[in-house]
Design a protein around this ligand. Structure first.
Ligand SMILES: Cc1ncc(COP(=O)(O)O)c(C=O)c1O
Length: 395
């Protein structure tokens, strides 16, 4: 291994939202406990990024800054090289985050009272982006069978046929269940979207984090017709652990949609002036592929470690392998605990801080989402603490 994916970090007091939340939930937490909830990594930055930013700072002037040609080239090249996706520079709208961009999209392309279809359980800010802006979340629950999640196309088609529903807010790969959607599945959704003239908001922020043997298809690349009604949300932030730099690239092919989106963005404070973010994205997309490849093999090994642990020590808890994201979806329903009691057990008895399944929608009750982007030793310590408490629970 060329890169360091083993050093245990201590982010207490650094302002990390994940660590601060742990101390808030349980101020008595034991020393050395590492939270495995919010989706950023317990790893150092790629060294090429650290070095590149240092060098840049030797000469940089950090005034109001827009995207440079080198930045736009890097984004265009990444989409082509990593995703076989041809985009034009003018399609790219840099903005401070995918979540604010989803808020803008919902405002720009739907009216208060309209419905936006979401496949649940799903990344919880999707509900906020829809409901807090006076739109309705039209829920299309995923079908779960022994840990395998699929789309209920009948329900999706029925919701799409309802004229109140104007858009599909899609998560690909899907957080929290870790599915990478197959091309055939995307094709079926495409048919439904086109038949009912829905807008497609495709959040592909996890698109670089794909497990070996699995392939991600950029949804809008299926056809020109689909691309004309799609917004694809991308970012280097999940991939390279730079969420704190707030940089995402929203890709909109259709010029009219782009103009409308930007008008909506201008009403808020969406413009991105952060000089370091553009540079960081450029460095990641041009110099950090080798780091990413190694990271992906670490995540795959970590998910197998978690699965093996439960299979051998607590087989009633299911930890199916994921296809994408670095978030594994664990099924604790066999414990028969009410979901709030499960949360209390995890955070206070076991002192294990994961994301509670219920925050992703009611279908997530009884589940926990573990963040695999941490040294294997940290995962093992966490699982051992959990195992001790589970064993006591059974006696
Ligand atoms: C599906 C999905 N979209 C968006 C985000 C966050 O995006 P941003 O930090 O760019 O607002 C996350 C973070 O976990 C996510 O999982």
């Amino acid at each position: 291994m060329k890169y360091d994916f083993t050093t245990k970090l201590n982010r207490a007091g650094s302002g990390s939202l994940k660590w601060d939340a742990m101390y808030q939930i349980n101020p008595q937490v034991m020393p050395d406990v590492v939270p495995l909830s919010v989706a950023d990594m317990e790893f150092k930055m790629p060294p090429e990024l650290t070095e590149g930013l240092k060098q840049h700072l030797d000469t940089a002037v950090l005034g109001y800054t827009g995207p440079t040609p080198a930045f736009t080239d890097a984004v265009q090249h990444w989409m082509l090289k990593r995703h076989n996706w041809h985009i034009k520079p003018e399609w790219v709208i840099p903005i401070a985050g995918v979540v604010p961009a989803i808020f803008h999209a919902v405002r720009a392309f739907t009216e208060p009272g309209d419905g936006v279809i979401v496949l649940t359980p799903v990344y919880y800010p999707f509900f906020r982006a829809v409901q807090s802006q006076g739109r309705n979340a039209a829920r299309c629950p995923l079908h779960e069978d022994n840990g395998q999640y699929t789309i209920d196309f009948g329900t999706l088609a029925r919701l799409a046929a309802d004229p109140h529903n104007k858009a599909l807010l899609f998560c690909s790969p899907h957080n929290p269940v870790g599915r990478v959607w197959k091309k055939e599945e995307l094709q079926k959704i495409q048919e439904i979207v086109l038949e009912h003239n829905l807008y497609l908001f495709s959040d592909e922020i996890h698109f670089d984090i794909i497990m070996p043997g699995t392939e991600h298809t950029v949804f809008q690349s299926l056809s020109d017709e689909l691309a004309e009604r799609t917004i694809t949300f991308t970012a280097p932030t999940k991939t390279f652990n730079i969420a704190g730099l707030g940089i995402s690239n929203i890709i909109i092919k259709n010029e009219k949609m782009r103009t409308r989106f930007v008008e909506e963005q201008d009403k808020g404070s969406g413009t991105l002036f952060t000089a370091l973010s553009y540079k960081a994205c450029e460095i990641c997309y041009t110099q950090c592929s080798a780091w990413l490849d190694e990271f992906l093999s670490v995540i795959d090994s970590n998910q197998r470690l978690v699965q093996r642990f439960f299979q051998t020590r607590h087989p009633e808890i299911k930890a199916p392998l994921i296809q994408g994201t670095y978030l594994q979806w664990l099924d604790f329903r066999a414990l028969g605990m009410e979901y709030k009691a499960l949360e209390q057990f995890m955070t206070h008895t076991a002192q294990v801080f994961l994301d509670e399944g219920y925050i992703f929608g009611e279908e997530g009750r009884g589940f926990e989402r573990i963040n695999l982007a941490a040294p294997a030793s940290v995962l093992t310590e966490t699982l051992e603490r959990l195992s001790n408490s589970l064993t006591k629970l059974k006696h």
